[in-house]
Write a protein that binds this ligand. Structure first.
Ligand SMILES: NC(=O)c1ccc[n+]([C@@H]2O[C@H](COP(=O)([O-])OP(=O)(O)OC[C@H]3O[C@@H](n4cnc5c(N)ncnc54)[C@H](O)[C@@H]3O)[C@@H](O)[C@H]2O)c1
Length: 337
């Protein structure tokens, strides 16, 4: 195989980030088909991406077009059925986070991937971000001693799509925004979660109180890892001021911080004596290079027959802790894993 042919499933916000990378930025990949249940979106995306075909149903794509891999950017609640269908059809799978809505689904997905021996990568792009990679190296070299406390801020600017508001369906803010924090802390600390306690509330979206009584837009999570490290996540969406993703790791011999609020290292000093810096507006800007690296990596795993390191197991671990944190919010009690 010289070029990996992709079928994009879900041509929304995240799906199109990857699809543009595969079509325009990476030499040995292309998008040949687009599936979106919204016909207009499918058609427009196929046109932009010069895909051969567009469909409103994945099964039609499996019959109507030849491809090697799927890139899933459809909503979380359709990940399980789509991944299982793709695996059964022998297609390699890149799937956006969160892996699934339930652990049962996650187990079925893992089984289908294993049985059909297809490659699978979950969309934790922070694992490909230069700053997070540098932090990982520094921790592994022991430069801050042994990590003892990790704090992670994960706040999104605006409300994500409507399906996200139903916490029973989406697992809410902690899944849709903060699963990146849960995954990257676990990766940096090198240990699995042992206990979680979380509190949350709806401060900013009174319009959802009646229709979605479980909806929360702000959360604080405290964590303990199996290796004893303590953790804390602060999440909010819509934060309204921008996309805010920062982390601080305290070690026995020092500390490190990852992430900046500034989108660019440009400072403007205007004639009103104001110093102006531009803040991060979107995950699409802050992690632009990380998405590209993650997409290149997945394509290379297919071309070189390597197992992707950001695996279905990582997706499962993130879902497991999110579900436990939501249980803690509901019961007001700490939850052991
Ligand atoms: N890694 C990241 O940083 C990141 C960022 C944003 C979203 N995401 C994840 O990506 C996924 C999609 O989120 P989004 O914000 O792009 O959503 P979105 O609503 O912008 O896009 C989803 C698209 O999927 C289509 N769709 C719905 N059901 C479908 C189905 N059964 N088959 C095919 N298409 C279908 C919708 O019509 C829509 O065009 C979610 O799982 C989300 O958590 C990840």
């Amino acid at each position: 195989m010289e070029k990996v042919k992709f079928c994009l499933i879900g041509a929304g916000r995240a799906g199109m980030v990857h699809a543009r990378n595969y079509e325009f930025e990476i030499a040995n990949t292309e998008i040949v088909a687009v599936v979106d249940t919204n016909k207009k979106i499918a058609e427009e995306a196929a046109k932009e991406l010069s895909a051969n075909n567009f469909f409103i149903d994945f099964e039609e794509a499996l019959i109507g077009e030849e491809f090697d891999a799927v890139c899933i950017g459809a909503p979380t609640f359709v990940h399980a059925e789509t991944v299982i269908k793709a695996a059964e059809a022998g297609k390699h799978i890149f799937c956006e986070k969160p892996l699934s809505s339930t652990l049962e689904e996650a187990n079925q997905m893992e089984e289908a991937v294993r049985r059909n021996q297809v490659k699978f990568q979950i969309g934790f792009m922070r694992r490909f971000d230069q700053n997070f990679l540098k932090a990982k190296e520094i921790i592994e070299r022991g430069e801050i001693g042994t990590p003892i406390l990790v704090k992670s801020v994960g706040r999104g600017p605006g409300l994500p799509p409507k399906w996200y508001c139903d916490v029973k369906r989406s697992n809410g803010l902690l899944a849709e925004v903060n699963s990146h924090d849960f995954d990257s802390i676990r990766w940096l600390v090198g240990s699995d979660y042992e206990q979680v306690y979380a509190i949350a509330d709806n401060f900013k979206c009174p319009q959802y109180r009646e229709e979605y009584p479980d909806f929360y837009d702000t959360a604080v999570v405290s964590l303990r890892f199996k290796n004893g490290v303590l953790g804390m996540i602060d999440g909010c969406c819509p934060a309204t001021y921008g996309y805010d993703a920062r982390m601080e790791i305290l070690g026995t011999e020092g500390m490190l911080q990852i992430g900046s609020q500034q989108a660019y290292s440009v400072l403007v000093w205007n004639n009103k004596s104001q110093l102006i810096k531009e803040g991060n507006r979107s995950w699409r800007i802050l992690f632009k290079d990380a998405y590209l690296e993650e997409d290149k990596y997945f394509a290379n795993c297919i071309l070189n027959n390597k197992e992707p390191e950001v695996s279905i197991e990582d997706g499962k671990k993130a879902i497991e802790i999110v579900i436990a944190a939501n249980k803690s919010i509901k019961t007001g009690q700490p939850v052991k894993l």
